[in-house]
Design a protein around this ligand. Structure first.
Ligand code: CP
Ligand code: NVA
Length: 308
């Protein structure tokens, strides 16, 4: 059966743990190598990954391109505006054509239903490079970063401040799979997707919604922030105003554990969701987190092709 990676639960907790272990091993094995050198076993040699971007991207674009290269394969990167998809060709037809020509498809799009439709009509693996609903590849990199920095996932207290968005939905999903807890502080009207919360709670994770940032941050092991205005949303004054009390600053970091770390998927808006003293400060892991997109994407690709 074709392995699609539309959300983290498509892989499940055991596979996710195996993916994280594989990423750690592969990263270690090529520590001193040039970034374009192919891994010794070249597990995806001769494989071609098609990438479709309906939204902007720096990290997802480059990390998937580097990931498939390091695994021995190649990629074709397309912006939907330069494809017939952007002129009205259907998602179904695009899926069928790309399935005949390429070995896997990664897409960044808006409505999650589009990636579901793409996957339903594709005979090769489809990978979610971000939708309005979720960003599972980002969270593989985030978990990898935490593990590398000595944070065991089970029981970890992860605090999210800000908008209840796609990145948060995938963090909540991961909590259920890897048994950590999420403390969410977001303004009323900006809560994350309820389905992810219910599933994570059913799997035994504590997922708690707060309206008060200090309560959410108290004793946390990890503080996470993301942009207040995701791609495709209006930079509305009312939303910025509602978000302002949810900014991650030094007071918030002091409320967390003394060895707490800060994560942000980037791009960041200093002075909005996070202050420069935090994102550019000693507790921030954002550059490791960004680099880990490559190592995470490799493990996602290897899982999709049945190597993990
Ligand atoms: N974090 C992330 O997905 O970055 P890009 O939007 O640059 O791909
Ligand atoms: N929540 C952000 C993540 C960007 C990587 C967005 O969807 O724009």
């Amino acid at each position: 059966m074709t392995r699609n990676f539309l959300n983290l639960s498509d892989a499940g907790g055991n596979a996710l743990a195996a993916m994280l272990n594989d990423a750690i091993d592969r990263k270690q094995a090529r520590k001193t190598w040039p970034k374009g050198k192919v891994d010794a076993d070249a597990p995806l040699s001769d494989h071609v990954l098609a990438m479709i971007f309906e939204k902007s991207s720096t990290r997802t674009r480059v990390s998937f391109d580097m990931a498939i290269r390091q695994l021995g394969g190649t990629s074709i990167v397309m912006d939907s505006g330069s494809m017939q998809l952007g002129r009205g060709e259907t998602v179904d037809d695009t899926a069928k054509v790309l399935s005949r020509m390429c070995d896997a498809i990664m897409i960044r799009t808006d409505d999650h239903s589009k990636i579901e439709e793409l996957a339903a009509n594709s005979s090769v693996p489809v990978i979610n490079g971000l939708t309005d609903l979720s960003h599972p590849c980002q969270i593989v990199a985030d978990l990898l970063t935490l593990i590398e920095h000595g944070k065991a996932l089970p029981g970890l207290e992860v605090a999210w401040l800000g908008d209840g968005n796609n990145v948060l939905n995938s963090i909540v999903e991961a909590a259920g799979l890897m048994k950590f807890n999420v403390r969410i502080a977001c303004p009323e009207g900006y809560d994350p997707d309820q389905n992810f919360i219910v599933a994570a709670q059913a799997a035994g994770a504590n997922v708690t919604l707060y309206r008060d940032t200090m309560e959410a941050a108290a004793g946390a092991d990890v503080i996470v922030a993301d942009t207040w205005v995701s791609m495709g949303q209006d930079h509305a004054d009312a939303k910025i105003e509602a978000m302002m009390p949810f900014q991650v600053n030094d007071v918030i970091m002091e409320q967390a554990k003394s060895d707490a770390v800060f994560l942000h998927c980037l791009p960041a808006h200093r002075g909005e969701e996070v202050m420069p003293s935090v994102i550019d400060g000693p507790q921030s892991l954002v550059w490791d987190e960004a680099e880990n997109r490559i190592h995470a994407q490799k493990s996602v690709l290897l899982w999709a092709f049945g190597h993990i």
